[in-house]
Design a protein around this ligand. Structure first.
Ligand code: UDP
Length: 461
């Protein structure tokens, strides 16, 4: 008999996403999935994040606000999400400040009905101490692919990046001999031979957090990266549970916008009517792009002569009215928050110039849109490698001295949108999308993993 039969109380899952869009969004999808699996869900956040969460999440989810700590040096009052930070260099101070929420979190936790498990972000390492105190199993979430988790962990544990003086010297991973990395694939401070400093210390703590948690929840599906999921489960702790792609689970409040078309969707409709395929251009919610780089990207897009929809962060530098004037027939610049998934799902969008944040990669796959990989920070360089070399659903733009130049971008854009290589990766992404859809269907690998995990945790209690 199933443990979740009517004789057993429903499992009660507490979700605690880190305060950044790329971490909140997948856990909102997970919340929806948990409801589908007959769990009750309580989600913790802060007052400033509540409206965004409420605008997307199910009414069946209980949302608990914990005040975000005040008087944190460098963090202006009211800033409670990393995409609103004046600079991403404040990330560690911001993430560390969340620990001050621990007493409040524990006070609320003890008032809740019996909690079956906590699913918490790796950036909220301190939640493991709270979970342990209350005897609740905790699953960690790092928002990464198994491929990136394995590579980042393997090179760090084996200190492979300190082997060579040159940051360009390829290092082969003995466990996966077809994978070669250089120090340049890793963001600061991991691109140093002997990394140290506040970010390094913080990431090391996260690794301990994940190793000591009940399991690692992976927003991916087994068929996408079986060797890497197997490796995680064979060689490292804790056990990895692939329950994605989470973006394939529809959030109910997303539906009404289909009848309320914003100007960029209307513009995409126009391009569809004209038969002009569109390249979608976006670099996520956090990357800071230098004005030199922005100018090169603008030049490359303009010279490529393809139609493009470019979402620029509000705080991004001005591209100039002249540029917008020159490209207005073919290009649209949007400086607002968009529903990215909806754009990618538009049938005229045929390519995605992306920073390769993991959510963006998954959304692109699930929308059958091939990627032109242009990583900017964090583990995006490893994701880009995965996209191009491992799953072969994209092409890579090249950079020189850390800058992607207009001419090189123009050529790659044309190759993706019009060339033979573009057709190859477009064909491949359709196959991968189908495997993704199958994985979350009743009986699919991710569906089964989540069902079994819920039962297992229930039994553990
Ligand atoms: N996103 C969005 N609208 C925007 C910018 C971003 O919906 O205007 C979403 C995007 O669809 C993705 C998330 O924000 O789900 C960004 O996550 P990702 O891992 O791609 O990049 P990050 O922002 O963490 O660098």
């Amino acid at each position: 008999m199933s443990l979740l039969s009517s004789h057993n109380p429903k499992p009660h899952v507490v979700l605690f996403p880190f305060m950044s869009k790329g971490h909140i969004i997948p856990l909102l999808h997970l919340a929806r999935l948990l409801l589908d699996h007959r769990a009750t869900v309580t989600l913790f956040t802060t007052p400033a994040n509540r409206p965004y969460i409420q605008s997307l999440s199910d009414d069946d989810i209980t949302i608990m606000d914990l005040p975000f700590p005040g008087n944190i040096p460098g963090i202006p009052p009211g800033i409670e999400s990393t995409d609103k930070l004046p600079s991403i260099s404040l990330f560690v101070s911001f993430a560390r400040a969340t620990k001050l929420m621990q007493p409040n979190f524990e006070n609320v936790l003890q008032t809740l009905p019996h909690v079956t498990c906590i699913i918490s972000d790796q950036f909220l390492c301190w939640t493991l101490e709270s979970a342990t105190k209350f005897g609740i199993p905790l699953l960690g979430f790092n928002g990464m692919s198994a491929y990136s988790s394995v590579i980042c962990r393997y090179v760090a544990v084996n200190r492979l990046l300190s082997l060579h003086e040159s940051p360009d010297e390829p290092i082969t991973l003995p466990i996966f001999p077809w994978i070669k990395v250089t120090r340049n694939y890793f963001a600061y401070p991991f691109n140093e031979r002997n990394p140290s400093g506040p970010l390094f210390d913080f990431i090391m703590e996260m690794d301990i957090f994940l190793s000591n948690s009940y399991g690692l929840l992976v927003n991916s599906f087994y068929e996408l990266e079986p060797r890497f999921v197997d490796y995680l489960n064979r060689e490292s702790k804790p056990k990895a549970f692939c329950v994605g792609p989470l973006c394939l689970t529809r959030l109910p409040k997303m539906e009404p916008v289909l009848h309320n078309k914003c100007r960029w969707i209307q513009w995409l409709d126009q391009k569809l009517a004209q038969g002009n395929p569109v390249l979608y251009v976006a670099f996520g919610s956090q990357a800071e792009i230098s004005s030199t780089q922005l100018t090169e990207i603008a030049g490359g897009l303009e010279e490529s002569k393809v139609s493009f929809l470019w979402v620029v962060k509000k705080s991004g530098l001005e591209l100039g009215e002249e540029f917008e004037d020159r490209i207005k027939e073919r290009g649209m610049i949007v400086k607002e928050w968009v529903d990215q998934k909806r754009i990618l799902e538009h049938e005229i969008v045929q390519g995605f110039l992306s920073h390769c944040g993991w959510n963006s990669v998954l959304e692109s796959i699930c929308s059958e849109v091939p990627i032109l990989a242009c990583p900017m920070m964090a583990e995006q360089y490893i994701n880009a490698k995965m996209v191009v070399e491992e799953i072969k659903i994209g092409l890579r733009v090249e950079s020189r001295n850390g800058i992607v130049e207009a001419e090189s971008l123009k050529n790659k854009v044309k190759e993706l949108m019009e060339g033979e290589n573009g057709n190859e990766v477009r064909k491949k992404v359709k196959e991968v999308a189908e495997a993704a859809r199958n994985s979350i269907k009743d009986g699919g690998s991710s569906f089964r993993t989540l069902s079994q995990l819920i039962e297992e945790i229930h039994l553990h209690n």
